[in-house]
Write a protein that binds this ligand. Sequence first.
Ligand code: SF4
Length: 688
Amino acid sequence: MKVKTACENGVVRTLCRMCDTRCSIDVHIRDGVMTDITPAGGNRVNQGRMCPRGNAGLDVFYHPDRILKPLKRQANGDFIEITRDQALDEIAEKLLRIKDGFGARSVGVWKGEAVGFLQQEEYVRRFAHAFGTPNYFSNDSACFNSRYLGHYLVAGFWNPFPDYSSAGLILLFGTNPPVCHPPFMAEFADARARGAKLVVVDPRLNPIACYADIFAQPIPGTDGALAWGLIRRLIHTNGYDKPFVERYCIGMEKIAAYAEAFTPQAVEEMTGVYADVVIQMAELINNNRPKVSLYVGAGLEHHENGVNNIRALAILSCLCGALDIECGFGWPETLDRRDLTLYHEIPLENEKPIGADLFPVIYDIRKECHTMTAMDYMLGRGEYPLKGLVVTGANPAVTNPNTQKVEAALACLDLLVVNDLFMTRTARLAHYILPAASYLERSEVHINHKYQRVYLTTRVAEIPGVCDEYMLWKDLARRLGFGERYFPWENETEVNRYILEPSGIGLEALRARPEGIQYKALCYQKYRFKPLPTPSGKVEFASAYLKKLGLSEIPEYVPPYHMRHKNKDYPLLLTTGARKTLFYHSRHQNIERFRKVHPKAEVEIHPDDAAQLGIADREQVRIVSETGSLVIEARIVHKAELLRGVIEVYHGWENWRINFVTFDHINDPISGFPLLKAVPVRIEKLDY
Ligand code: SF4
């Protein structure tokens, strides 16, 4: 592989993008070859630390299986190499043919994380609108959007990460920071050293739960009942910030009345968490408020009642007075920058975005179509057909629920283009595959809202023929006739300069400070001098917006699907989606040293459930749901690790796709999320 590095010998500092944490790293170059990645200091995010995944950036870059040339699928299913010009010419011609025949909306674009984050997302959205289609999809349909909405609907914003280091109490719901965001463990250590308490709520005994003062294991999907139990207890014991609530919140009387049903005893019956534990948790919250760092992970959003459960927890944060304080529910100030999307310039008001009728909130707030409805449109069951799809850095054939339907839908497309680094399951179904650039081959602007810092990553290396995301969309747009107008910049450097211009922070200044520049001093409790960005300008315990849409005004608790529809054929609950330290969703399984640690998929099962089913450790079993099945190896865990009746399978395996078992038709009414963490299933022994 020919590679052009930023220097012949030396160390180049940039940000790691092997996950979304964005740690500072040093890339070491010797004789034009990148030889190592080590953690760099100066960035508050990682403070000189790095996780093993970060160290593997070069394993990805130099991987022998990387796609380095455009590929075109032949009638027999084989792929042949073609030139980039030929690939883009043919793709553009086919996109125009679909537009002429069915309208621009019959083309969709789908963005994942394998090729980048915010800046890439804006390129994709911009391209879609310039082409004339409202159909922008992303993996956020099944990860992130529910958490975003749960907080946004209460306060008008979401800051993903509190600063745990100054917390008096850290309250973690459905998250596993040592695995998901390892560098944040330094903040936990600081807080614990100062005497901060830790409460972990998770059906799974994850590593951080071992250090918790209280570890509660609710039945999957019942966290909302626990949240309401805590709300009730705080109200009953006068354990909330009354002056804050009276002045800055609306809907208190409504939530106080609704909370009445959630006595500690009732919560125990609903969730399986002992009444005493509910009382102790409420006491810890009361004793430590307002310094309560409450973080909600993906564990809560993968349920069909996820948004309301998360809303209830966001309300709990506000009752503590933890809104917009250093360790609390932060209200980030954004960089004064240019947004690349075209929503104001090309509103596409007359085009009906896919899924917006079923899940209007998600389109209204996130301007995003729903991947849960995309498959029906590809299969010809929608209001109009979805005929063409350009997927960049996403792998829905692995990560979306109901794999058999996803594959059938993708196979129906007249045109499927995949831009990726590797031959993923989704890429195998494509008509064209384009080679994507890894994060080391791009220079882009990053914003960290938690610390209000802006960074510029460095293009550390280039592979001839492999183009960054901007070049992909620009070159395609120019072939489609709108490139000069909407993609006028020649390269990513020009885009970065355009984005930053209003901020007053120059590209050169940013380049000289790889540890980033703070764009605004952190300032707290801003609601004291400006209205919150909600419709009422206040914290909304009750949402008139949702009520108007016929949705729940307050975050009412609805028991999860498996409790409402008990089925003796499927007595177990499958949870998926928990992270592994070495993988990032469906990525990094092809790194050989990581596969030595995780050689194959397994279903984790409680020893009593295994004994009841007569299953031995390492035995092959079949997981069966109403949608599909998967043969997989059983691993019997310690009885404290999982609740009885709950089994767990990692979600991103290319060769053991658990999404054959999950479904897409039971959805959160607000976010449209599928239930990925409480799927009713059974386990069968295999007959040999
Ligand atoms: S947590 Fe690990 S993978 Fe994620 S940015 Fe930091 S070093 Fe990279």
